[in-house]
Design a protein around this ligand. Structure first.
Ligand code: DX5
Ligand code: ZN
Length: 223
């Protein structure tokens, strides 16, 4: 499968949100990555339903919602109703993860579980078969523009290995500090979906950056 690019609207210009959403529509981006932060699970607050609904009004591609919130089960139904195609909750925020994953699926959404940098992928062994996607955090969640944590590559490779037995079609998404400089390594480790905030929106030409990321071939070594 060709890898997917999911630009994070956290790094968009919120005063020109319609313009940025239209730019993503006309780019080769695959999904819109929507970061929801509650100021409790992570030390930052991003935005909520009004902004997500404004994005949905113009977005011509699936919304990939990443909930960095405590008790996400309280809001899953509302994010689904607001137009999420996929909903990802954090392993660290769910006491009854299996129930929350079923709730996401009952809403007709792709179910994802995110792991913080310190959380081992092996903890997902007994739930992998029920998941559509695992999101490996490659920074500590809460902010865009942080530096990529190198151990992420080992975690992706380990998860790909685990999934080859338990859930071969599992999507592996990587989020944080992703850009052209590490994309080749990420793809070779087994990543399928690459989230990029700063790399896209701080680029001189965001649409061209998305194309460069989309068309990179994993066997081409980066300098
Ligand atoms: C971080 C968010 C990310 C963030 C990525 O907590 O989950 O999706 O927007 O931003 P960059 O690509 O700038 O690291
Ligand atoms: Zn995210």
């Amino acid at each position: 499968m060709k890898h997917l690019i999911a630009p994070s609207i956290l790094s968009a210009d919120f005063a020109n949100l319609e313009r940025d959403v239209r730019m993503l529509n006309s780019s080769v981006a695959d999904w819109f990555h929507v970061d929801i932060m509650d100021g409790v699970f992570v030390p930052n607050i991003s935005f909520g339903f009004p902004v997500m609904e404004a994005v949905k009004r113009y977005a011509a591609k699936p919304l990939d919602v990443h909930l960095m919130i405590v008790e996400p089960e309280r809001y899953v139904d509302r994010f689904a109703a607001a137009g999420a195609s996929g909903i990802t909750v954090h392993y660290e925020a769910c006491t009854h993860l299996h129930r929350t994953v079923q709730q996401i699926r009952q809403n007709g959404c792709r179910a994802g579980v995110a792991l913080n940098p310190h959380t081992p992928v092996t903890l997902l062994k007994d739930i992998l078969g029920d998941l559509d996607m695992v999101l490996i955090m490659s920074v500590n969640p809460g902010f865009g523009g942080q530096q990529f944590i190198a151990n992420t590559l080992n975690k992706i490779a380990e998860l790909r290995q685990l999934a080859s037995v338990l859930k071969p079609e599992l999507l592996i998404e990587v989020d944080g500090g992703v850009g052209l400089h590490n994309l080749g390594d990420l793809l070779r480790s087994g990543a399928d979906v690459l989230v990029a905030g700063n790399a896209v929106f701080a680029a001189e030409n965001p649409s061209a950056m998305i194309s460069a990321m989309k068309h990179l071939e994993p066997d081409v070594r980066q300098a």
